[in-house]
Ligand binder design. Structure first.
Ligand code: F0G
Length: 418
């Protein structure tokens, strides 16, 4: 029903927990026998489960469990993740230059990022295997997610983070869930290299090199489609760092179409920050990826050697999509606009809207296109960034007023809206 094989050479693996192909060293991937799945059964089960009360059925991941690698029910560790909303974004649409726009807000997950949809599957599998320790490298969100699910599963969590430049809010969250936090001299790429050198037989490695993570994250495609009556948008625009999410969403949409849940799959646009854009550069020049030393204020995507670039390239190609880079200033402005839609997100997430704006300006995306921007993390994930943004904008925007002046200030605000 669902087999594990190498994403590059196709070699099948009887070992269901292999991370890298024994032959060529590339990443492993699950392949679903889509011909054996009945779309109506999946749709009906999803509808029915949404109305039930147990956590497994209410999870946006596990209500699609027939499309996931099988895991024993008593090993499943869920926080009712994955059931994230689509919001309309009129100000974002105007900013990008499209008639209408929706945000898929993956920041509305239990630990406030998209990682939870993959983590519930990876940790459940680790638990089924009897693992006692879970490890990941992270720019902060994988760390927080793994820490939470490991805590629920009764496992010890060890996260490896770059010593500088990750959001303090994410570190605090990770510590709250009881994880050990180890800072490495170096960046995310150094941390991931160290983690990939570990023996996955002794510890559970739950970065997105773990194919169970990708399987969980692919369900975001189903959750998106389900909320649109199974009609796919023309474009899905999302930020790219290590490129697990682009791989996962591409796989989800591709499977949804193959099964017959939807008639077409959206085109994927992967947006990177200009200082951390090895994938966008490789795409532009139509060549293989060359790692870079990454630098961007969007710390979640400060990644120079993305592990899943081949998988992501295959998905973007198959979807008829594209990849591009935007500046940190463009990301900052886009993030503020998403806030004004009453939604909000962390900086990396806003790369999606900044990227959409660039794609409309250069004619790749039509003004009347039906577009969904994926917001990967919650606004409270990086409060320091938001505070700094508003501090620099404070001079002209929000006056500091004393009590006696509040009435005058409100009058001014009302006048300025008139
Ligand atoms: N957006 C946010 C908020 C992220 O945290 C990440 C990655 C991405 C986008 C990029 O997703 O790696 O699948 O391409 N964060 C990882 C972490 C690396 O450690 O939390 P990707």
């Amino acid at each position: 029903m669902i087999a594990l094989s190498c994403s590059a050479c196709g070699a099948e693996s009887p070992d269901r927990d292999l991370l890298a192909c024994a032959g060529c060293g590339d990443l492993m991937t699950f392949t679903l026998d889509t011909a054996a799945v009945d779309a109506h059964v999946i749709e009906e089960k999803a509808r029915m489960r949404r109305s039930l009360t147990n956590a497994l059925d209410r999870s946006g991941v596990w209500r699609y469990r027939e499309l996931l690698p099988p895991i024993a029910d008593d090993a499943i560790t869920t926080l009712r993740e994955g059931d994230v909303p689509l919001y309309d974004g009129p100000r974002g649409a105007a900013f990008a230059g499209v008639d209408r726009l929706a945000y898929l807000h993956q920041g509305m997950n239990p630990t406030a990022s998209f990682k939870d949809a993959g983590m519930t599957v990876a940790i459940s599998r680790a638990r089924e295997n009897g693992a006692r320790v879970a490890v990941c490298a992270s720019t902060g969100n994988t760390a927080a997610s793994m820490a939470a699910y490991a805590a629920r599963a009764g496992m010890t969590a060890v996260v490896i983070v770059p010593v500088d430049g990750i959001s303090p809010a994410k570190v605090a969250q990770t510590l709250d869930y009881g994880a050990h936090v180890v800072a490495v001299e170096g960046d995310f790429d150094d941390a991931l290299r160290a983690v990939r050198a570990l023996d996955p037989k002794t510890v559970a490695v739950v970065n997105s090199v773990n194919p169970y993570r990708i399987e969980g994250q692919k369900t975001a495609a189903f959750v998106l489609l389900e909320q649109r009556g199974w009609k796919a948008p023309d474009w899905v625009v999302l930020p790219g760092g290590n490129l697990g999410n682009a791989s996962a969403l591409g796989k989800g949409f591709r499977e949804a179409r193959a099964i017959g849940l939807t008639t077409h799959a959206p085109r994927l646009a992967v947006v990177q920050a200009r200082g951390a854009a090895p994938f966008a550069l490789a795409w532009r020049d139509n060549r293989d990826l060359r790692p870079v030393r990454a630098q961007t204020d969007a710390s979640a995507i400060r990644i120079g050697a993305p592990a899943s670039w081949k998988k992501a390239r295959a998905e973007v190609r198959a979807s008829g999509g594209t990849a591009l880079a935007v500046s940190d200033a463009e990301i900052a402005d886009a993030r503020a606009v998403i806030g004004r839609d009453g939604v909000g997100c962390e900086p990396a997430s806003a790369a999606s809207l900044a990227g959409l704006r660039a794609l409309v300006a250069n004619g790749t995306v039509a003004r009347d296109a039906d577009v969904v921007c994926v917001l990967t993390g919650h606004v409270l994930k990086d409060t320091a960034y938001a505070a700094a943004y508003h501090a620099s904008a404070a001079a002209n925007a929000n006056a500091v007023v004393r009590d006696v002046e509040i009435g005058d200030y409100l009058n001014l605000v009302l006048l300025s809206r008139a």
